[in-house]
Design a protein around this ligand. Structure first.
Ligand code: DGY
Length: 328
């Protein structure tokens, strides 16, 4: 009898998905959801061929030095900045992620955050909860309109396009975007989306939404000089990754009302949040939950399991990040 491959499920996930994995593998799971240090992760992976990670586990040369037997790492996230892709590829470690299944859910949340910032929902709710609402007044928490405004999108991948669709078709917004590559006109046309350079995007957007992947080249893509280009009435929403925005510079711009408001689901160094952001009222802060609906998180976990099962049982993983490893 051949023994089953062994895998580590590095964080707590849906028990039924762990059970699915158990029908293919010897599984070490983490039901108490302990956050492993890099050393603990390297230790837990000893002798294992596969791992199911979330965006919080770093997979790099040091981890692979300690675990040369590792063959596949499946991220339960679309973003994979926790992976050193070139190193993994060079060492023949297949990496996978969970695109598509979270696109619409994340776009819903990005749009909701943008609306919350524009219409000052969190700020006014806090005011009400503090018992400060004693009368109506004509200019109380006046914000800016979303319908008919200019929606700026930085990073026009699947989620960016889904947000653009909501803005253009649902709210009559003018859509402008900047991306590493301009979209094919056949994709731009139904979104009525116009490609612009980054400075134009910053200057013309009434509501700017960030949906680009994090990498060394997108680190602090939005810093003091970009914020200085924005309209004082503009809002900024980040549902991409912490580190894309210079949080200290953003807190200062918000404090000085150089932009009107922001909405952030992701933070540099999360789960820590820059203390200056916690002090400014005109920012909506949520704990990295843009893809967090039950249905979508289940779909992500199952897709991560599908990838792991296929990769270790000779099948075709649905969403490889470095498919060249499969061809070797
Ligand atoms: C993703 O899928 O990348 C989300 O940010 C959840 O981690």
């Amino acid at each position: 009898m051949t023994s089953k491959p062994t895998v580590l499920v590095a964080r707590a996930i849906f028990p039924e998905v762990v059970d699915r994995l158990r029908s293919h593998f010897e599984v070490e799971d983490n039901p108490k959801d302990i956050i492993y240090t890099p050393e603990q992760l390297a230790q837990r992976l000893q002798g294992k061929q596969g791992a199911l990670t979330t965006g919080s586990e770093r997979v790099d040369g040091a981890l692979l030095d300690a675990n040369p037997q590792l063959r596949v790492v499946s991220n339960m996230a679309v973003g994979y900045n926790n992976f050193d892709v070139p190193v993994c590829t060079e060492r023949g470690v297949l990496l996978t992620n969970t695109p598509d299944v979270l696109t619409e859910t994340t776009a819903d949340f990005g749009f909701a955050l943008m609306m919350a910032a524009a219409r000052r929902m969190a700020e006014s709710e806090h005011f009400l909860r503090r018992g400060e609402w004693t009368r109506w007044s004509y200019d109380m928490f006046t914000g800016s309109d979303v319908h008919g405004a200019t929606l700026g999108i930085l990073g026009m991948g699947r989620i960016g396009q889904a947000i653009a669709r909501r803005g253009a078709l649902g709210f009559g917004m003018r859509v402008i975007y900047h991306n590493r590559q301009r979209l094919d006109p056949s994709l731009e046309a139904p979104l009525r989306a116009q490609y612009v350079d980054k400075a134009t995007l910053m200057r013309e957007a009434d509501h700017l939404v960030l949906v680009l992947p994090y990498s060394a080249s997108s680190h602090h893509a939005i810093g003091a000089s970009e914020l200085a280009l924005m309209k004082p009435t503009a809002t900024l929403t980040n549902v991409a990754r912490g580190g894309i925005v210079d949080d200290a510079a953003l807190a200062q711009a918000l404090r000085e009302r150089r932009i009107a408001a922001a909405a952030l689901d992701v933070f540099e160094g999360e789960p820590k949040v820059h203390p200056d952001l916690l002090k400014v009222p005109n920012v909506v802060l949520t704990p990295h939950i843009a893809s967090a609906t039950v249905a979508t998180r289940k779909a992500m976990a199952n897709l991560a399991a599908d990838n792991l099962i296929a990769a270790l049982t000779g099948g075709q993983p649905p969403s490889p990040i470095n498919p060249e490893v499969l061809r070797k």
